[in-house]
Write a protein that binds this ligand. Structure first.
Ligand code: PGA
Length: 334
């Protein structure tokens, strides 16, 4: 992946994942070096050496030139946030033993870029077999967890049990849990806090219904959902926010890159205003809703899109790998 570009590198550390680290995946490089392995990516339109970048203003960064031929008037790729690109695959209630085995094989065979954290979320009943057969390059998530300590809660799975199995992540607040099962903001916030307190990392989903968007209530709804998390979680260090407009999930109707970017920027600002500037720059904000191998590159180019949560397209190994590798579109000069 040759590139002649400037790379602005944040000096704060990356959120290195243990399984990924064990598999030899590199984290962020020292700020003073020039490297293709990095964490936190931002695109800017014009940059002169030493000039302030157009990314999130609270973030301090250093600038280093990869290559003397970099043209200051070109659009370039920069790194402003500290979060590494992140792609999650949500398998939902799909598959059987045979298809899960095939998908794991495809993922084990896939060539994944280094600069992306990759996590898959199989159904509960396949977690153990996936953990035992999937490459350690890819981390494993549950799709839900109980709100508190395990016990007499028929049909539920506790955070402690997930940890016991070796699961590292959990998806919470997914729109299907909110709108099909009826989970409420406050309950979801408590689930997130409990999962975090047991050492799970959380993909915290938010997103508006079509009628809420049409009524001009997108940010109001999303901010309420964010507040419910913020009211409960003591730290955002192990949280990735997934913005998933409900009208885009499983519909084939993807949000335009501009629509997604607009909400992602609002979310980042909300975190800055209501949590901290540090959390705002470090928290990955990923987009979900009909992401596929054909549309992920354009979405990935957006300044505040730090990755994806993928449903349908995560069931095909090669397509999912292509989505993970759309991280490269952040690296290519415009
Ligand atoms: P989709 O689902 O990619 O099939 O739209 C996304 C999700 O529900 O996380």
């Amino acid at each position: 992946m040759a590139q002649a570009c400037c790379v602005a590198m944040i000096s704060a550390g990356a959120m290195a994942a243990p399984r990924a680290a064990a598999a030899g995946v590199r984290g962020s490089a020292p700020a003073s070096s020039c490297t293709l392995s990095f964490s936190g990516l931002r695109r800017v339109d014009v940059l002169s050496h030493g000039e302030r970048l157009s990314g999130f203003s609270a973030v301090q960064h250093e600038l280093s030139l990869c290559n003397g031929s970099a043209n200051a008037s070109r659009g370039i790729v920069t790194m402003v946030g500290t979060g590494k690109f992140f792609v999650g695959g949500n398998w939902k209630a799909n598959g059987n033993k045979e298809s899960v085995k095939k998908l794991v094989q495809e993922l084990n065979d896939a060539k994944l870029e280094e600069d992306v954290d990759v996590v898959v979320a199989p159904p509960y009943i396949y977690l153990d077999s996936v953990l035992n057969t999937l490459t350690k390059r890819i981390e494993v998530s549950a799709q839900n967890s109980w709100v508190g300590k395990g016990g007499a809660f028929t049909g539920e799975i506790s955070a402690e049990q997930l940890k016991d199995l070796g699961v590292e992540w959990v998806i919470l607040g997914h729109s299907e849990r909110r709108h099909v099962i009826g989970e409420k903001n406050e309950f979801i916030g408590k689930k997130a806090a409990y999962a975090l307190s047991n050492g799970l990392k959380v993909m915290a989903c938010v997103g508006e219904l079509l009628e809420e968007r049409e009524a001009g209530k997108t940010t109001e709804v999303v901010f309420e959902q964010l507040k419910a998390y913020a009211d409960e979680v003591p730290s955002w260090k192990d949280v990735v926010i997934a913005y998933e407009p409900v009208w885009a999930i499983g519909t084939g109707k993807v949000a335009s890159p501009q629509q997604a970017q607009e909400v992602h920027a609002e979310i980042r600002k909300w975190i800055s205003d209501n949590v901290s500037a540090e959390a705002s720059s470090q928290t990955r904000i990923i987009y979900g809703g009909s992401v596929n191998a054909a549309n992920s590159s354009e979405l990935a180019k957006q300044e505040d899109i730090d990755g994806f949560l993928v449903g349908g397209a995560s069931l095909k190994g090669p397509d999912f790998a292509a989505i993970c590798n759309s991280v490269t579109s952040k690296k290519v000069a415009a």
